[in-house]
Design a protein around this ligand. Structure first.
Ligand code: SAM
Length: 271
């Protein structure tokens, strides 16, 4: 049990349950083991309102049912390799093409999808409704002579059929300092993802959760979360961070999403 009574409850695919164990626990374990097998997940972990899958999201997502919202940072298809560090965390799976990024941009969602990407792969993906720009405190290194120091990253917004802005219409700019990528080579700041999560409604899914930043932001906002990660090291980091987040006092009070206001059809930009 963690501080606030959120147990980490996990089961690996193929794991059996103990008949002499408490009935309910055994039943839950059996259901979870069956579910892991069906979804082809290597492991399922429940922590509070978060369900975390170790496995390939391309196989798992079709089995998790209708999706309310996606907030995700897939591999950008740019063969990312940190300039500064060579550690076991440097290589990112599925980063050699934009295939999984394109897949993420096509995900059917009821409320909304926010998908991070680099500006130069935009022409590969489905045209977004708008583009969110994150302005960072520092610029990146990259090509020191031939390219502008990049201080921004972009995120595509795809509204679903039930979309509304839960707390009024936001602008398309987010400000926030970058992380020092201690846990993952492309770790996003929790504060940036928190801002986006407050634009969504329902359960948030991150099929490429990496070190679990989206999940941490969901815990802080009292939102339900489903995360999937292929790499076992990152998966374990995500589990630890999310369990720890439940032990911290909530940074933001949970707010019920407001109902959409009646639309003003004559307002500018209402198209
Ligand atoms: C850009 S990183 C996400 C970083 C995350 N936003 C964070 O703050 O830590 C993308 C992650 O997707 C994972 N990944 C790549 N292909 C995957 C797949 N098919 N299924 C699940 N995860 C995958 C990689 O292992 C990597 O950790």
């Amino acid at each position: 049990m963690t501080g606030q009574g959120h147990s980490r409850y996990e089961i690996r695919r193929g794991e059996s349950y103990d008949q002499s164990d408490d009935c309910k626990k055994s039943y839950d374990a059996a259901v979870l083991a069956k579910r892991a097998k069906l979804l082809n997940a290597k492991k399922i972990v429940h922590i509070g309102d978060c369900t975390l899958y170790l496995g390939d999201c391309l196989e798992i997502v079709p089995g998790i049912g209708p999706i309310d919202a996606v907030v995700s940072d897939p591999p950008y298809g740019i063969k990312f390799q940190s300039n500064f560090r060579r550690s076991k965390y440097d290589a990112i799976s599925n980063d050699s093409s934009t295939e999984v990024l394109c897949w993420a941009c096509e995900l059917p969602v009821l409320h909304s999808a926010y998908i991070w990407m680099r500006w130069d792969v935009l022409s590969d993906v489905r045209k977004p409704k708008s583009l969110i720009t994150w302005v960072k405190g520092k610029h990146t290194m990259g090509d020191l002579i031939g390219e502008h120091g990049r201080k921004t990253e972009v995120c595509a917004f795809y509204p679903g059929p039930d979309h509304f802005f839960p707390a009024g219409r936001p602008t398309d700019v987010i400000f926030g300092s970058s992380t020092n990528n201690k846990l993952h080579p492309t770790q996003k700041p929790t504060s940036v993802l928190s801002q986006q999560i407050q634009w969504t409604s329902g359960t948030v899914v991150d099929p490429f959760m990496g070190s679990g930043t989206t999940g941490v932001a969901c815990v802080q906002l009292d939102r339900k979360f489903i995360g999937i990660e292929l790499d076992e090291d990152y998966f374990e980091i995500a589990c630890e961070r999310i369990a720890k987040a439940y032990e911290q006092p909530r940074l933001f009070p949970a707010e019920k999403p407001k109902l959409p206001k009646t639309m003003d059809m004559f307002a500018e930009d209402s198209k």
